[in-house]
Design a protein around this ligand. Structure first.
Ligand code: SAH
Ligand code: SF4
Ligand code: F3S
Length: 454
């Protein structure tokens, strides 16, 4: 290693958990004296924090890696790291495929980056993929935003959805203690953060692995209890959480969201399919009727709530009629946003080897039809904002128009309005909505509220 300024670069693929892990790894590297380099070609340490949820996500990293592996031949001191879910899935096999790699580390090892790098500096090629108890990190994350932050509440997933690699790559559920979560939020509030998103692959499972039961026989620690416990953290004005699982979603949770003013009126509850037979084969543990009842309950308690979800088309054996049940659910519920994907067979998952795999043509046709409907319904949902005054938390400048700033409504709609980012960043602004599109809004500021701080 050179003694001059050493630089690092991280490219992050995948979901919010990966983004949160990258922020912690960046914190560790900065603590070790590395400086951020936007361009990987000027970095001495490169981390690819990878995703393997679908095949196209996995393939991306190989093309990135190929380029840097070549560079390593001219610059032998370059340290190449693959972290995240592809690292966990492939382990040693990655070293055979890309021998230039120095370190392959699964998501559970993110907090150990410093130790692992030390082993690399000592001359080892390291693979860290064994399951471990996730240590609470002592290093401060280097967060991308100064306004909104992610806070992990539960790692891993104990579900067995038959299409999904997450349990294989993220391991079993591990909840953080309410005290650790609250302490992280208190620190965020002190630093001026305004919004926190509590994260878990199946956040409704929060607390199942922590000790204690109530006199009524419930787990002592649940997501609902956690929301009450962290709600009054000074400075934090908005609380969000994701991802919810319909199987465990409770009326008690909806009531808490209605009651607690900081909890935003947005629910992200993936349904995956609108057909009961498909849901059963996915191993999801609910019917479309149950899903609809959850939505009805949400609308009863929080009438204006935004609802978003994930859905998969072309699951093995999905017939045209079954796909139409997904369309029907989307038509009936009217989602504010829906992440859609064509089913992708994943190594080590049951559905990957089932008969009745759907052709790429049919999958892409179904995906297009679903996406058209989603955009139409989202545009309909956006109509209700027209002329309304919405509270927007300003996060950034609009990259496409520097005279504008952008932020989100409490219901998570991206909103643009004219203003100076230097004055408005981190402010809660009342904005009158004057233009609506399917997935974003434009408005005029009517009042800036200095957020009540500590
Ligand atoms: N924990 C969340 C989602 C995690 S993965 C949940 O339970 O809903 C994010 C999304 O990727 C999933 O909701 C699903 O829609 C999609 N997905 C997961 N595996 C997939 C696969 N094999 N093919 C296509 N999409 C998939
Ligand atoms: Fe995957 Fe299902 Fe777990 Fe979500 S709940 S991460 S879809 S196994
Ligand atoms: Fe991808 Fe891993 Fe997240 S597979 S979606 S980065 S949990």
């Amino acid at each position: 290693m050179t003694t001059s300024r050493r630089r690092y670069h991280i490219t992050t693929f995948g979901c919010q958990m990966n983004k949160a892990d990258s922020e912690r790894m960046a914190g560790i590297l900065e603590d070790m004296g590395f400086e951020w380099s936007e361009d990987p070609n000027y970095a001495d340490v490169i981390v690819y924090n990878t995703c393997t949820i679908r095949d196209n996500a996995e393939q991306k990293v190989y093309s990135y890696l190929g380029r840097q592996a070549k560079r390593k031949h001219e610059q032998p001191n370059l340290i190449l790291i693959v972290a995240g879910c592809v690292a966990q899935q492939e382990g040693e096999a990655l070293l055979r495929r890309v021998p230039e790699l120095d370190l392959v580390m699964g998501p559970q090892h993110a907090n150990r980056l410093k130790d692992l790098l030390q082993q690399v500096f000592d001359g080892n090629q390291v693979v860290a993929t064994e399951p471990i108890h996730i240590m609470e990190d002592i290093t401060k994350p280097r967060r991308d935003s100064k306004v909104t932050a992610w806070v992990n509440v539960i790692y891993g997933c104990n579900e067995r959805c038959t299409y999904c690699v997450v349990p294989n790559v993220r391991g079993v559920e591990q909840s953080r203690t309410p005290e650790a979560i609250r302490a992280e939020m208190v620190e965020l509030g002190r630093l001026g953060y305004k919004e926190v998103t509590l994260l878990g692959q199946n956040i409704d499972a929060y607390g199942r692995d922590l000790p204690g039961v109530t006199p009524e026989g419930r787990h002592k620690h649940t997501l609902t209890d956690l929301l009450y416990y962290v709600h009054d953290v000074p400075g934090i004005e908005r609380i969000r959480f994701a991802t919810s699982h319909p199987r465990y979603f409770t009326e008690r949770l909806i009531r808490a969201c209605a009651e607690l003013p900081k909890v935003c009126e947005h629910f992200h509850i993936p349904f995956q399919s609108g057909d009961n037979e498909v849901l059963k084969r996915m191993g999801r543990g609910y019917t479309h009727e149950k899903y609809r009842r959850i939505i009805d309950k949400i609308r009863e308690y929080v009438p204006d709530a935004a609802i978003s979800a994930d859905a998969i088309v072309g699951f093995p054996g999905e017939t045209e009629a079954q796909f139409e049940n997904t369309l029907k659910l989307v038509e009936d519920v009217g989602f504010d946003q829906l992440n859609t994907a064509a089913y992708s067979p994943r190594p080590g998952t049951p559905a990957a080897v089932w008969e009745g795999q759907i052709s790429e043509e049919v999958k892409s046709d179904r995906l297009q039809r679903l996406n058209r409907l989603v955009a139409m319904k989202a545009a309909e949902r956006s109509q209700r904002y027209m002329g309304r005054i919405e509270e927007v938390l300003v996060e950034d400048q609009n990259p496409k128009d520097k005279t504008q700033v952008m932020g989100r409504t409490r219901t998570n709609r991206l909103t643009f309005f004219t203003g100076d980012i230097n004055e408005l960043k981190g402010q809660l602004v009342k904005v009158k909505i004057t233009e609506v599109r399917a997935f974003s809004l434009t408005g005029e500021p009517v009042e800036v509220r200095e957020a009540v701080s500590v």
